[in-house]
Write a protein that binds this ligand. Structure first.
Ligand SMILES: Cc1cc2nc3c(=O)[nH]c(=O)nc-3n(C[C@H](O)[C@H](O)[C@H](O)COP(=O)(O)O)c2cc1C
Length: 374
């Protein structure tokens, strides 16, 4: 199963696994797929630590890193992270902070210990924080690809990544965004449909993938959004995708760092239980629907802020629900796609890769048999 992008990256299967867990990156790449570490939640120092660990454990296999440099965000242009943080913090209305406290209190989510600093919530999604991440990434030779979410990376970053011999790509949710990526000279595009987990647009995968493929051909397109089994993978390849880019699937694997309360939420959810909500990040992001997402939908509650202000405004919710998961599932941030309805047990990452491949081959065989003459 070798598509052009497999050849270029030297991998066996065109299965890309987006994850925030280094153990999953290693397990997927070692199983013949391609692990991609999500960098947005890490400081530059922590990202270096994660990549050093992966380098040590991944053997000769390659892996990728995903950054989040949005085309539009509050405070764009300020490249000093400390100044940006101060400016943005001053922009957060008290009303929002009060509302967050109120929702957490109503749900009995404990406060953090007095000596624990929750951090600002600025995270990696600004140029001020993402550009230094790229400099760190380029110090790690086993990283052979960088992907960007929420926009086309700036020309100097594209040049810097490509001239280091790595591929650079970006996610898109419309053919027009894909065309902008192609014009900017990216090496590949990831077409993410509505049903996918995390930030997602409003066109379903079945409609989006072929449109993006036609728009940017012959540029390789990876299909994302709603892939949970090998039949869906076969469909994506049949439409002309060069591989599949998956995210939700890896939240419930043995190597993932999801806590037991989160796992339970994923296992009990059906495909109807997700919603696209701006309540955590400020941009439409698919996650499990719960009291938190519902609270932000009410007419009498504050409007969500832009990125990254909303994430900074709700920092207490993020940190406290991570620290006290058993008490906070009703308000926790559980980004996941509609495939959550089929994620019902813990599996090893290598088994997920193998089952995707086997079921994909079975599906393609079944299709071929439709055309046999005997
Ligand atoms: C928990 C979670 C976090 C995500 N965070 C990011 C991110 O930081 N950057 C990014 O490019 N995509 C992110 N995504 C989207 C994935 O890269 C991928 O496109 C998406 O999960 C594919 O759809 P699927 O969930 O149906 O597999 C995230 C997805 C999930 C489930």
């Amino acid at each position: 199963m070798r598509t052009e992008i497999c050849e270029r990256l030297g991998i066996e299967f065109p299965i890309f696994a987006f994850t925030h867990c280094r153990d999953v990156v290693v397990a997927v790449s070692k199983a013949g797929g391609y692990g991609v570490l999500g960098a947005v939640g890490f400081s530059v120092e922590d990202l270096e630590t994660e990549m050093d660990w992966i380098d040590e454990h991944i053997g000769d296999a390659p892996y990728g890193v995903d950054i989040v440099l949005p085309n539009k965000y509050e405070g764009a242009g300020e490249m000093d992270p400390a100044k940006l943080k101060t400016t943005l913090e001053e922009m957060i209305p008290d009303e929002h902070r009060r509302f967050v406290d109120q929702v957490l209190e109503e749900h009995g989510v404990p406060e953090l210990p007095a000596d624990e600093d929750p951090g600002s919530g600025l995270m990696g999604w600004t140029a001020a924080t993402a550009v230094p991440q790229v400099e760190a990434i380029l110090r790690h030779p086993k990283v052979t690809m960088v992907a960007n979410a929420l926009g086309t990376p700036p020309p100097d970053l594209i040049e810097q990544i490509q001239s280091s011999g790595r591929l650079v790509g970006a996610l898109c949710g419309t053919p027009a965004q894909a065309a902008r990526h192609a014009t900017a000279g990216l090496d590949f595009v990831i077409a993410q449909g509505y049903e996918g987990g995390g930030h997602t647009g409003d066109i379903g995968s079945m409609v989006l993938w072929p449109q993006v493929i036609d728009e940017v051909s012959p540029l390789p397109v990876l299909a994302a959004g709603g892939i949970g089994n090998g039949r869906q993978m076969a469909a994506a390849l049949a439409m002309g995708a060069q591989g599949v880019w998956t995210g939700s699937l890896w939240l419930t694997v043995e190597e993932a760092a999801s806590n037991p309360a989160q796992l339970e939420s994923y296992f009990t959810a059906t495909s109807k239980d997700t919603v696209r909500s701006r309540s955590y990040t400020g941009k439409p992001c698919r996650m499990l629907r719960n009291d938190w997402t519902e609270a932000w939908e009410r007419d009498d509650t504050p409007d969500t802020l832009g990125m990254p202000l909303q994430m900074m405004a709700v920092r207490q919710a993020m940190v406290r629900s991570g620290r006290y998961p058993d008490k906070a599932q009703a308000v926790a941030f559980n980004p996941v796609g509609q495939v959550v309805g089929t994620m019902n047990k813990v599996r090893r990452s290598a088994d997920v890769v193998r089952e995707l491949v086997e079921e994909c081959i079975d599906s393609l065989d079944r299709m071929n048999a439709l055309f046999s003459v005997d």
